[in-house]
Write a protein that binds this ligand. Structure first.
Ligand code: BMA
Length: 333
């Protein structure tokens, strides 16, 4: 294979820790996990499934903070090093909304943040007669402008590509139901204006249980895809239905650059699954749920932020070229 090209701005100071001696895993956990405790805010029950991006001379993010009423909300936060976070105790409120109905806050969770043409777009699971994909943008993580919901209910895991594809905004999502959806495929949609979404294409269904059990019940896109010369690197979560309930792990796939609904390769093995105490014990045991990644194209380093047991936030490290090799080595297509 010729040398892998990775697209993105240099990020030499990104959070990093070398692979521990003796570790053979493609991804390894930060030794200081979890990086965000459940009670970082006075009123927080849990802080998990959250998104971060490079911002200024540090990082900014949008965090899922469930409060002690167990209401699901999103909060902005800032960090100098990507590990120690200062999260605003106030929930995000919007300076404007396209209509009072769309602007009426019900609940929000599992945010993603994507920089496109100078705007940081936030997509999240937004309460609107059931869960759907909410959207907003900011330039400073202090003033947020709400946009039309991308889709009708019910939908979750709306993840934007970091640039237009064939001239249009592009998003992955996972149509669902009102509850703890026992099914789920990843779909692709495009929009010329971030308001009207269409050209829907099917990307991936869950795998057969006999082929890859960890992703056999439902799947959903995780962090914003990373562009490489081998295709879009998509880290996605997959769910196994065990006799003790759902188990959330994550793996990765390569999508065609111009037609991202075409999957080039898909890992049969998971990259990371619940096994540390903060992943197997918490409000929802056995959940590792990635929503963001930082990467440095020059070194190939990646840092994945993932929710742990729906309670705290963890960080894992790896090398993008090794992840691409891993996808091909364990490919189930
Ligand atoms: C999903 C979402 C996630 C959550 C996961 C496990 O349906 O609600 O926010 O992490 O379930 O509970």
């Amino acid at each position: 294979m010729s040398k892998l090209t990775i697209v993105g701005e240099p990020l030499p100071g990104m959070p990093w820790e070398n692979r521990p001696a003796g570790c053979k895993d493609v991804l390894w956990r930060y030794s200081g996990n979890p990086i965000i405790p459940r009670d970082l805010l006075p009123d927080s029950n849990s802080i998990f499934n959250s998104a971060v991006v490079p911002f200024g001379d540090g990082y900014a993010g949008v965090f899922r903070c469930d409060d002690k009423n167990r209401r699901m909300a999103i909060h902005a936060g800032f960090s100098k090093d990507g590990i120690n976070w200062d999260i605003d105790p106030r929930t995000i409120s919007f300076a404007d909304a396209p209509s009072p109905e769309v602007g009426e806050w019900v609940y929000g969770y599992d945010p993603r943040v994507t920089l496109i043409d100078g705007r940081y777009y936030i997509t999240w699971c937004n309460g609107f007669h059931g869960p759907t994909i909410g959207a907003a943008w900011t330039t400073d993580f202090r003033t947020f402008h709400q946009l039309e919901n991308a889709f009708l209910p019910y939908n979750r895991n709306g993840v934007l590509f970091p640039r237009r594809i064939n001239g249009r905004f592009a998003m992955l999502s996972r149509p669902s139901d009102t509850g703890h959806t026992a099914f789920g495929d990843i779909f692709y949609s495009e929009s010329p204006d971030f308001e009207f979404w269409g050209r829907h294409r099917h990307v991936m269904a869950p795998a057969a249980f006999e082929t890859s059990g960890w992703q056999s019940m439902k799947i959903g896109a995780g962090p914003v895809p990373i562009e490489t010369s081998e295709g879009w690197l998509l880290i996605f979560h997959g769910v196994l239905l065990s006799c003790n309930g759902y188990v959330y792990s994550f793996g990765a796939a390569l999508l065609d650059l111009d037609e991202p609904w075409k999957v080039k390769a898909r890992s049969g093995q998971y990259l990371l699954n619940p096994r540390e105490i903060y992943e197997i014990a918490g409000d929802v045991p056995n959940v590792t749920f990635p929503c963001a990644a930082l990467h440095d194209p020059q070194t190939g380093r990646i840092a994945v932020y993932y929710g742990c047991a729906d309670t705290v936030t963890g960080l894992a490290f790896g090398y993008i070229p090794e992840i691409v090799d891993f996808i091909k080595r364990t490919d189930i297509l």
